[in-house]
Design a binder for this molecule. Structure first.
Ligand SMILES: [Zn+2]
Length: 307
């Protein structure tokens, strides 16, 4: 089985994670722009971060046989620093048009403050202007009302539901999201309420139409193999293979493929690896012999969830 992880913050992860993900069958991923765990103090650190998402990180993923796409936006937490937010908004357009950018994201609400609302709307307007998809982060606190508000504001701003992925759903939000015609993504964190056991029951109840999962792995307690592991569990618990395939691969491709930036042909016939390649003079190697002409994916017995 092939997998896509449509929400993972790889700049916080190691090359070891890339190897394990590729070995477990992940062929493509989407890295949403977000914060650093602490607030940025100036627009320059934003510019360098966004450049790394479309540059170095894309190169690094390719060195391990994974296709890297990203979403570009001002996250809701940092929207609360209005002076910074104004400057970030000015630089976003130059990144939205870069190769591999599949949506404006992850944007939305955190504490649902008036400034968060202001910059959420401003970025929905950008999505309209650039004819782009939107990836919405829903708040952890007051989730249900925050999720509904995210959808209502998107519609009010003229963005079509089928162009919006609502992420971090749970059993309380999924029905509203599906009923309104949006895509419903679920983040599977280890040892939390929206764990993979609960996801199996969501799949049983709602099927696979417009539903998909991601790991949202970052520098916190998270698992870059959450998608393949949940797929394994779904199959073991009797969810039909076609539904598992849709939830763990096909639907993310359908949703983000609407951008025209992400296509199956990118990974169906993978080119052999060439680790002699450099990005701005740098490689991923630290004294190792470059692997050239071999399949990109390394055998990893510790991370093979599927044979
Ligand atoms: Zn995220």
């Amino acid at each position: 089985m092939r997998f896509i992880d449509p929400h993972i913050h790889m700049s916080a992860r190691t090359t070891d994670d890339y190897e394990r993900m590729a070995a477990a069958g992940i062929v493509a991923l989407i890295e949403p722009a977000f914060w650093l765990g602490q607030p940025r103090t100036q627009v320059g650190s934003y510019i360098d971060y966004l450049s790394s998402l479309v540059g170095w990180e894309r190169f690094r993923a390719a060195q391990f046989g994974i296709h890297h796409y990203c979403t570009i936006g001002l996250n809701s937490k940092e929207a609360n620093n209005e002076a910074l937010a104004e400057q970030v908004l000015e630089v976003l357009p130059r990144y939205l048009v870069k190769e591999g950018v599949v949506a404006v994201g992850e944007i939305g609400y955190d504490d649902q403050t008036p400034v968060e609302d202001k910059y959420y709307r401003a970025q929905l307007a950008l999505a309209k202007e650039f004819d782009m998809l939107v990836q919405v982060h829903t708040p952890h606190r007051d989730k249900k009302s925050g999720t509904i508000r995210s959808m209502e504001v998107a519609v009010e701003m003229g963005v079509k539901p089928e162009h919006v992925v609502i992420d971090h759903n749970n059993e309380e939000t999924v029905k509203d999201v599906l009923d309104r015609g949006f895509w419903a993504a679920f983040t599977i964190y280890p040892n939390t309420k929206m764990g993979n056991e609960r996801m199996v029951e969501v799949a049983r109840k709602y099927g696979s139409n417009r539903i998909f999962i991601d790991s949202s792995a970052d520098w916190g307690v998270s698992d870059p193999l959450a998608v393949p592991k949940t797929a394994r569990l779904m199959l073991d618990r009797g969810i039909a293979a076609k539904d598992v395939e849709a939830i763990c691969y096909g639907n993310a491709l359908k949703a983000f493929g609407q951008s025209g930036q992400m296509r199956e042909e990118h990974w169906l016939n993978p080119a052999p690896i060439d680790q002699r390649m450099l990005f701005e003079g740098n490689s991923v190697l630290r004294g190792q012999t470059p692997r050239v002409g071999e399949p990109a994916i390394v055998e990893r017995t510790d991370s093979v969830v599927f044979k």
